[in-house]
Design a protein around this ligand. Structure first.
Ligand code: ATP
Ligand code: MG
Length: 262
C-alpha cells in the first residue's frame, strides 16, 4: 500500500468567472519511507499538493489518501515543516518542541523523554532554553524539524524548508536531513526550487507543469544513484560533478525551462 496516494486529483480555487484551475489530474503514489521531491514553476500547485496531504485543504475532485485512508483533516501521522520557521518567539526551544506534544494525551515523563531524545537527535541540547531570536536561521529550522519529529509522524511534509537559509547552512541542513533519514526513516514529501537539492536528497523527483499543475515527469534518482554507486552519505560537493548527477540535474532544468517558456 502506498504511504501517500493522489488519485485523479483536481483542484479549483474560487467560483464562477473567478474559478481557477490549480491542479489537473494528479496521480501519484509515494511508497513507504520514500523521499519524493516536487519541483515546478512558481504557482504550479506544489504547496497545494502538500496542503491536500496535510489535510489543510480538500481536493475538488479525486482523492488523497495516507496509508490507505482518505485524508479528511490534519492528523498526528503527518507533520509539516514550512519555509518560514514558524516558531513561537515567546517560547524557548524546549517550549516550542513541547507544543505539538501537549495536544497529545501523553504523560509528563513520556513527554520529557521524547523532548530530550529529539533535542539530542537534532544536536540542540545546548539550546534547549534559548529563545528563537537567539538562534541563527539554520538553528531555528532545526527546531522546526525537531518539533515535527517529536510527534513521531509517519509522513514528513516539507515546503521549501531550506529556502530561507544561506547556501552554506542549507548544505548543513541537507546533510542533517540525510542523517535523520538514516536513523529514523520516514516517508518525506519535499518541495524545493533547488534542482540540485532535489537530486541530492530525493529517491524520486516529480516535475510539474505550469498551472494548472500536472505531473509531467517522474525522475527515478534512486536507481541512478544505486547503479552509479554514489549515495547521500557522501558530501554534496563530492557527488554534484559526477556525470550521472549532472545528467539528472540538466534533464530536470530543461524540463522546467520548457514550462517557463511554453
Ligand atoms: N487559498 C487559495 N485561494 C485562491 N487561490 C489559491 C489559494 N491557494 C493557492 N492559490 C493559487 O493556486 C495556485 C497554486 O498555488 P501554490 O501555492 O500551490 O503554488 P506553488 O507551486 O507552491 O508556488 P511557489 O513555488 O511560488 O510556492 C497559485 O496560482 C495560487 O495563487
Ligand atoms: Mg509554494
Amino acid at each position: 500500500m502506498a504511504a501517500i496516494r493522489f488519485d485523479k486529483v483536481q483542484k479549483y480555487f474560487g467560483r464562477g468567472d473567478k474559478r481557477m484551475h490549480a491542479l489537473s489530474n494528479i496521480n501519484l503514489e509515494i511508497e513507504d519511507r520514500e523521499f519524493l521531491a516536487i519541483v515546478g514553476p512558481s504557482g504550479c500547485g506544489k504547496t497545494t499538493c502538500l496542503r491536500l496531504v496535510a489535510g489543510f485543504d480538500a481536493a475538488s475532485e479525486g482523492s488523497v489518501s495516507v496509508a490507505g485512508k482518505p485524508v479528511m483533516k490534519p492528523g498526528p501521522d503527518r507533520a509539516v515543516v514550512f519555509q518560514q520557521f514558524a516558531l513561537f518567539p515567546w517560547k524557548t526551544v524546549r517550549g516550542n518542541i513541547d507544543l505539538g506534544l501537549r495536544n497529545k494525551a501523553i504523560g509528563f515523563e513520556e513527554r520529557e523523554k521524547r523532548i530530550a531524545d529529539v533535542l539530542k537527535l537534532m544536536n540542540l541540547e545546548t539550546y534547549a532554553d534559548a529563545f528563537p531570536h537567539q538562534l541563527s536561521g539554520g538553528m531555528q529550522q532545526r527546531v522546526a524539524i525537531a518539533r515535527a519529529y517529536v510527534l513521531d509522524p509517519e509522513v514528513l511534509l516539507m515546503d521549501e524548508p531550506f529556502g530561507a537559509l544561506d547556501a552554506q547552512t542549507r548544505v548543513v541542513m541537507q546533510e542533517e536531513l540525510v542523517r535523520l533519514a538514516r536513523v529514523q526513516p520516514r516517508t518525506v514529501l519535499f518541495i524545493t526550487h533547488a534542482v540540485e537539492e532535489a537530486v541530492y536528497l530525493a529517491d524520486r523527483i516529480a516535475v510539474m507543469t505550469r498551472r494548472p499543475g500536472r505531473i509531467k515527469e517522474l525522475v527515478d534518482v534512486k536507481s541512478v544513484r544505486d547503479a552509479e554507486k554514489w549515495n547521500r552519505f557522501e558530501r554534496i560537493e563530492d557527488v554534484m560533478d559526477l556525470d550521472s548527477f549532472v545528467h539528472l540535474r540538466t534533464g530536470i532544468w530543461r524540463s522546467l525551462r520548457e514550462e517557463k517558456n511554453g
